[in-house]
Design a protein around this ligand. Structure first.
Ligand code: NAP
Length: 496
């Protein structure tokens, strides 16, 4: 398996992966489990080493103990194997660093193998305010040469100005081709399957435009509240935390023109064109096209939960829900609404792209059969399950005396039987492997993040200029009533 990996990827250089913020929540919950699975599936070359770097004063054994405990608590027992852990643990080391003071970077420089012609990947899993400092210290310690790539976690700033500041600070040390901005939604299997569906089939393309599509909806619904991260979330809110990055990236993949190749810049050029074609939501349209909400106390899944303000006992105008209508001003999408909706403390957890095609122009089926011809829909579920369904009308089998009856059935396009029984990969697995292989197709380029912020800033500025407070909604409901009104205003309704 390992030999075939090396042939496939053509590299036998030693690679070191430094995870800054290696003791943090993201590293423990996502990055180490992903690396463990990549290793156990034979996708990590033998010479890949992983160095955790954070402030905590730990030695290697202390760090390994924490990683081991957290790994076992985060992955299903069926997938944990002690012998595999022992093999994986040999790759792991730890180095205490302080990103502000710059301490520990000299020790990192000794630990990595750039001098042996190796490659270095630095994953920034810390607060973004440290990204610039980390780059400066990497450079000062000879760790920022052409064989180094850096991975930036979201959020890249909280508006266009702060995003530019982070990009400038990192860009002062690393060229853009060595900067990998991660959006883990792009690592999801069904998101990549959307690319396959659109560009490996001729079936959909003739309909994939304003003539064939009635509306598109993208929903990311969470049941959880802020989970002890109130102060972080309060500075951000649903618009900046979810919509600016994950949801606009999904919108881009649905709406972009076919790229000429799967090459990173070919794909990212097309996504950028979509972001730049988003019609700004003006102050005048703001209340028609966007809704901000904030949850109050209620019940989710039968459990009583407090309201957002009760959790911190202080006033806040931060939105925990946002719904809006986006329009893309180009030939393909003129007039097609893209409804985006995300929120916390909603009735159930799911992420979905819903594409409704236009209905048939004329029904040949007699009215007395009491038929409604539902239009075709393509439903791409990203979580909790990953699948793609195409809803079509079909005859109800049988010899009904009162004529032909129709029903909507869904064709499961997503997975073969084999894929359904396979372990569902963590989205970070794909992305970590790609960055180790220097493939940036599924990463976000600087101009994309800045175009996304420019559009989102217009919406939050509208809220501020109009002095809008988020509308309250009870926890466990689908957001404020104004969200329902938003789609109904244009003759549509949310697909719940
Ligand atoms: P976290 O649990 O607070 O971890 C922060 C990490 O940064 C810790 O390892 C901490 O080290 C380290 N750190 C803090 N100050 C440092 C300094 N001066 N020098 C060096 N290291 C320092 O945060 P997180 O939840 O893992 O999030 C990390 C990043 O990922 C953030 O940008 C976040 O927005 C992003 N993100 C997180 C998630 C998630 O699910 N958690 C999801 C998406 C994006 P010590 O603990 O040793 O002090």
């Amino acid at each position: 398996m390992r030999d075939s990996f090396m042939q496939e990827h053509g590299t036998n250089r030693p690679s070191d992966l430094i995870i800054f913020g290696g003791t943090g929540d993201l590293a423990m919950r996502m990055l180490f489990p992903s690396l463990y699975f990549l290793d156990s599936d034979g996708h990590l070359a033998d010479d890949v080493r992983i160095i955790g770097a954070a402030r905590s004063d730990l030695d290697r054994d202390g760090f390994l103990k924490t990683v081991h405990e957290r790994l076992k608590s985060h992955i299903a027992a069926d997938y944990y194997d002690e012998a595999q852990w022992q093999r994986f643990a040999k790759r792991i080391d730890y180095c205490p660093v302080d990103a502000v003071e710059g301490t520990g970077f000299d020790a990192l420089a000794k630990a990595v193998r750039l001098d042996e012609g190796g490659e270095l990947v630095c994953y920034f899993s810390t607060a973004p305010r440290f990204y610039g400092d980390i780059c400066t210290h990497l450079e000062a310690n000879g760790l920022a040469g052409k064989n180094t790539r850096v991975v930036l976690e979201k959020p890249i700033g909280h508006d266009l100005e702060s995003c530019r500041a982070v990009n400038d600070a990192v860009g002062a040390v690393f060229t853009e081709d060595r900067i990998y901005r991660i959006d883990h939604y792009l690592g999801k299997e069904t998101v990549q399957n959307l690319l396959a569906l659109r560009f490996a089939n001729s079936l959909f393309e003739p309909l994939w435009n304003a003539n064939g599509i009635e509306q598109v909806q993208i929903t990311i619904s969470e049941t959880v509240g802020v989970e002890g991260r109130w102060s972080y979330y309060n500075d951000s809110g649903a618009l900046r935390d979810m919509l600016q990055n994950h949801m606009l990236q999904l919108l881009c993949l649905v709406a972009m023109e076919p790229p000429s190749t799967l090459d990173a810049d070919a794909v990212r050029d097309e996504k950028l064109k979509v972001l730049r074609s988003l019609r700004p939501i003006t102050k005048q349209e703001n209340t028609l096209k966007s809704v901000a909400g904030q949850y109050t106390e209620g019940a989710v899944g039968g459990t009583a939960v407090p309201g957002y303000l009760d959790e911190a006992q202080q006033e806040s105008r931060t939105e925990t829900f946002v719904a809006l209508r986006a329009d893309i001003d180009n030939w393909r999408w003129r007039g097609v609404p893209f409804y985006l909706r995300t929120g916390k403390r909603l009735p159930y957890r799911y992420s979905e792209i819903f594409i409704q095609f236009k209905g048939v122009p004329h029904s040949i089926f007699p009215e007395e059969s009491n038929l409604t011809l539902d239009s075709n829909k393509l439903v791409i579920r990203l979580q909790p399950e990953e699948n793609i369904k195409l809803c079509v009308m079909n005859k109800v089998p049988g010899l009904g005396r009162d004529g032909m009856k129709l029903q909507e059935v869904s064709l499961d396009l997503s997975m073969t039987k084999e894929a359904r029984t396979r372990r569902r990969r963590i989205a970070y697995e794909r992305l970590l492997l790609d960055v180790l292989n220097a493939n940036s197709t599924l990463f976000v380029r600087r101009d994309e993040t800045e175009a996304a912020w420019a559009w989102v800033d217009g919406i939050s500025k509208g809220w501020r200029d109009l002095d809008l407070k988020p509308k309250p909604y009870s926890a466990g409901t689908w957001g404020p009533a104004a969200s329902v009104a938003l789609t109904e205003r244009y003759g549509h309704s949310w697909h719940d």
